[in-house]
Design a binder for this molecule. Structure first.
Ligand code: F6R
Length: 609
């Protein structure tokens, strides 16, 4: 979380910082700030979004050609003007923006308070900038050395850009655990948390290695030193990916646009991976990758983990291989027993989720083979795994995962079928038929979107609900979890997903008259069981909403609302049934007046633990 943008060069820094920060707002949007150097350093920071900050900018802020900027997702201290970045050291010599979290900020602050350092904010970032100055003053160090010494005492993750008033034409950057990319232009450097804001300026990039301190000065080649003060080289790479300027294209939100672009994007992705046009080659290499594998472990967070749970059903059913799905945040601390015979699949839309990155690092160091399924091109996960499969869905701006989620499901279905084919666990005729069905899934997604009107009318009946229950069985159980997650994150209504058979083991006690229960139904072998569970809810006067494949016939009066989905093979129903649930959370949130693209307290890229 938090986005960093910095510039040093010939051009006016402020508009470049603003343009970049707007593109980074998906990383956090509770406050924003810039510091621009001209005849003096101008510091501007405000709670609220980047647009709000722009309103307070003095005209002459555009004079400076060096500046640093930040958009914040609060970790320490409320979203206030004072806690917004950049932060300064006590003397004002150092100004800093930071992405990450300083876990030992409290004892460091206590130590400095005892030495008379005065703090203005509640942030961990101010602790960092004060610590750098403390080292500089106490040991009379050069800034570079002071930064390195201070960072030796830091626990946590950081990417920082530091400005030193004594060298007003240069910027210092360093990172550990949080991403930072440097664009090399003509006589200019653009530094950012991700390549997207750099793309309009240059196609030459450096993905800064951890603990390497870079110094950037206009008209001079950058220098890089490691913690031992040794000069090191950093590789310049060329941006292979074009970043479209993403617009809402007439939709009222990015989320609605992203929901509606799923048929075309999924078709495009499948065409690349099934038509042999993708150059990531994961599918070609699968026979070798799985040749000596006993078990697959899938890691992810939030929606990405839910798609992994669907894959568990698919892989175990069709490829007959043992699969475990773990929260990346738990896996990293559980002392997992893994080894070279495990295949670890990390799923992440952004490719920047801190917990998933850390879990994959542990997997790699244990000798396991790692695969990343990511949408974020050149993201940290894409770069660290042994093999990557890109989702090719275009950037997702809405904070809630929609098109990335359906793409994860589609990609995992494809991988599951391929593994089944390689392991010969289903006959070739069946595999061919299933792959053909998968190839046509985008048509079913398109038809599923036609339920928007009925879903909107159902949403109006849910606005006053205090709690909503989602039920599924088999591979629709993870979709029930996903439906509940989506609804709560967007509409702030409490929602829970349950495996339908679990209701009577406790959760049924929650039921109150007219409490909405949303049941996901396909025509697999658990249909009868699930409908019995629904009857149990109905008997307790719940409001029953059934989302079902159109070939399933229900007895009269079982549900208050029935939403028909296209008739498709059961193994595709997770993809199809996620569509009405996305629409439901969108409409409930919209009619409650919530910000569907940027829900409260959230960020698109979760780069802290
Ligand atoms: C929910 C949502 C989150 C993410 C989770 C993991 O709509 O978007 O639950 O799925 O934060 O993020 P990625 O996939 O970027 O690792």
């Amino acid at each position: 979380m938090c986005g960093i943008m910095a510039y040093v060069g010939e051009q006016s820094a402020f508009p470049i910082l603003m343009e970049g920060l707007k593109k980074l707002e998906y990383r956090g949007y509770d406050s924003a700030g810039v510091a621009v150097m001209s005849d003096e350093l101008r510091l501007l920071k405000k709670s609220g979004k980047v647009n709000n900050l722009e309103k307070y900018a003095p005209d002459d802020i555009t004079i400076g050609t060096l500046g640093i900027g930040h958009t914040r997702w609060a970790t320490h201290g409320a979203a206030s003007d004072l806690n917004a970045h950049p932060h300064q050291s006590m003397s004002g010599r150092y100004t800093l923006v930071h992405n990450g979290i300083i876990e030992n900020a409290a004892p460091l602050k206590e130590m400095m308070l005892k030495h008379g350092i005065v703090f203005k904010s509640e942030t961990d970032t101010e602790v960092l900038v004060q610590l750098i100055e403390w080292y500089q003053m106490r040991f009379q160090l050069e800034t570079q050395m002071a930064v390195q010494r201070a960072l030796e005492y830091i626990e946590g993750s950081f990417a920082i850009v530091l400005f030193d008033l004594h060298t007003p034409d240069q910027l210092f950057v360093i990172r550990r655990g949080s991403p930072l990319v440097i664009g090399i232009g003509d006589d200019e450097y653009i530094i950012s948390s991700d390549p997207m804001p750099i793309a309009p300026h240059t196609d030459q990039l450096i993905y800064l290695e951890e603990d390497i301190l870079g110094v950037f000065k206009k008209g001079t080649a950058p220098s890089f030193v490691d913690a031992q003060e040794e000069m090191v080289e950093q590789t310049i790479e060329y941006l292979s990916h074009t970043y479209e300027d993403v617009m809402k294209e007439g939709y009222d939100s990015y989320m609605l646009k992203e929901i509606n672009e799923q048929p075309a994007r999924i078709a495009h992705m499948l065409d690349r991976h099934m038509g042999g046009r993708a150059n990531d080659e994961l599918l070609d290499r699968l026979p070798t990758i799985i040749s000596d594998i006993d078990r697959i472990i899938i890691l992810g967070c939030g929606s990405s983990r839910h798609s992994g749970l669907v894959a568990e059903y698919l892989m175990e059913t069709y490829a007959r291989i043992s699969v475990e799905v773990e929260y990346a945040s738990e896996f990293r601390y559980k002392n997992a027993m893994i080894g070279p015979k495990d295949l670890i699949i990390g799923i992440s839309q952004s490719g920047e989720t801190a917990d998933t990155i850390a879990a994959l690092k542990i997997a790699s160091s244990s000798g396991a083979t790692t695969i990343g399924i990511v949408n974020g091109v050149n993201s940290t996960i894409a770069r660290m795994v042994d093999h990557v499969l890109y989702l090719h869905m275009g950037q997702e701006i809405g904070v809630a995962s929609t098109k990335a989620f359906s793409a994860q499901l589609t990609a995992l279905t494809l991988i599951s079928m391929r593994i089944a084919e390689i392991r010969k666990t289903i006959c070739q005729e069946d595999t061919d038929r299933m792959l053909l069905d998968l190839k046509n899934v985008s048509e079913h997604v398109k038809t599923a979107l036609e339920c928007a009107d009925i879903i909107e009318s159902i949403s109006l009946d849910l606005l006053e609900s205090r709690s909503i229950i989602f039920l599924g069985r088999g591979m629709l159980y993870p979709i029930a979890l996903e439906g509940a997650l989506k609804l709560k994150e967007l509409s702030y209504i409490h929602a829970e997903g349950f495996a339908a058979g679990e209701m009577k083991h406790g959760p049924i006690a929650l039921l109150e008259e007219r409490m909405p229960v949303i049941a996901l139904v396909n025509d697999d072998c658990s249909l009868e069981k699930l409908m019995s569970n629904v009857q149990e809810m109905k008997a307790r006067k719940a409001m029953i909403i059934v989302i079902k494949s159109s070939n399933v016939t229900l007895s009269a009066g079982v549900a208050d609302y029935i939403v028909d989905m296209p008739d498709c093979p059961a193994f595709l129903s997770p993809i199809i049934q996620s569509i009405p649930l996305q629409l439901l959370s969108y409409y409930v949130a919209k009619h409650k007046g919530c910000d569907v693209d940027q829900p409260r307290h959230l960020a698109k890229s979760v780069t802290v633990e």
